[in-house]
Design a protein around this ligand. Structure first.
Ligand code: ADP
Ligand code: MG
Length: 256
């Protein structure tokens, strides 16, 4: 048997410094971690600790100042979901989801067939022709997730995707995200402010220090899969919650 598989992504000694008119900001410092293929890893840390910057570096939108980001050869396609769905208000649900492939100039029927399949996956059947103004926050995020899956990314980066949703919707969306992750075998890196959300969803939680962000805890989550809501009341869940909360409070206490 092979030992552990090659990581989907390896971040090594990453540092990011921004320089602009107002001065120099050290956003990330000496940060190293790897994502196992098909793993679900969450990143939690105070505001301004460089979480969004880290996702942007992984997505290739911000260059590293120091260090490196290396992908395994079969994990080069990236999808990204943000806190705001950023849908085009004049486009129907199906046309918002289709957009990434339309821009590539693929035939419309093929695109719509794929979009329809994703609409089923994210539970939006019946809303294909709705406009964004008619959607709830949770539904809009489902559209954003489906759109990000259109190009069949190997790695899915999610930046506080449920941050603007009410607590119950948020929990339901978490379960749906797990379903999608398992159905589509993606490697996921999720940024969240919620300690229970990070634990419930992940195989591993990375806690960042306040700025400049570096990893202060790399916490494995040995809860069985599939996850079920009752697990939130288990002893192991509450131990993990304590560990994570203590670490984050020691550093500054800005998270919930
Ligand atoms: P988080 O997502 O953890 O809240 P960010 O990654 O958004 O943190 O930001 C980390 C720090 O880097 C913040 O102080 C922010 O103001 C700064 N920053 C982010 N992007 C830029 C940029 N393009 N130019 C200058 N400073 C930036
Ligand atoms: Mg952010």
């Amino acid at each position: 048997m092979n030992s552990s598989p090659e990581p989907a992504l390896q971040v090594h000694n990453l540092g990011v410094t921004f320089r602009d008119a107002s001065g120099v900001v050290h956003a990330l410092h000496d940060l190293s971690f790897s994502l196992p293929p098909n793993g679900f890893v969450s990143l939690i840390g105070p505001s301004g600790s460089g979480k969004s910057t880290l996702l942007k570096v992984v997505a290739g939108l911000v260059p590293p100042t120091h260090g490196s980001v290396r992908f395994s050869p079969d994990h080069s396609k990236i999808g990204m979901v943000f806190q705001k769905a950023n849908l085009m208000p004049w486009r129907r649900v199906i046309d918002n989801i289709s957009l990434p492939l339309e821009l590539k100039g693929l035939p419309r029927e093929d695109i719509h067939a794929q979009a329809q399949e994703l609409i089923r996956l994210v539970g939006l059947e019946g809303f294909e022709n709705a406009y964004p103004r008619d959607l709830s926050g949770g539904m809009a995020q489902r559209v954003a997730i489906a759109r990000s899956l259109m190009q069949d990314p190997d790695i899915l980066l999610l930046d506080e995707p449920f941050g603007a949703l009410d607590a119950l919707t948020r929990e339901r969306m978490g379960d749906e995200l797990l379903y999608i992750w398992q159905a589509r075998r993606k490697t996921v890196l999720l940024v969240t402010h919620s300690i229970p959300e990070a634990i419930y969803l992940s195989d591993q939680v990375l806690a960042l220090s306040s700025r400049p962000g570096s990893i202060v805890l790399d916490l494995p989550v040995h809860l069985p899969r599939p996850r079920t809501p009752e697990m939130r009341y288990s002893e192991i869940f509450s131990e993990l919650t304590h560990t994570l909360r203590d670490t984050l409070h020691e550093d500054n206490g800005l998270v919930q």
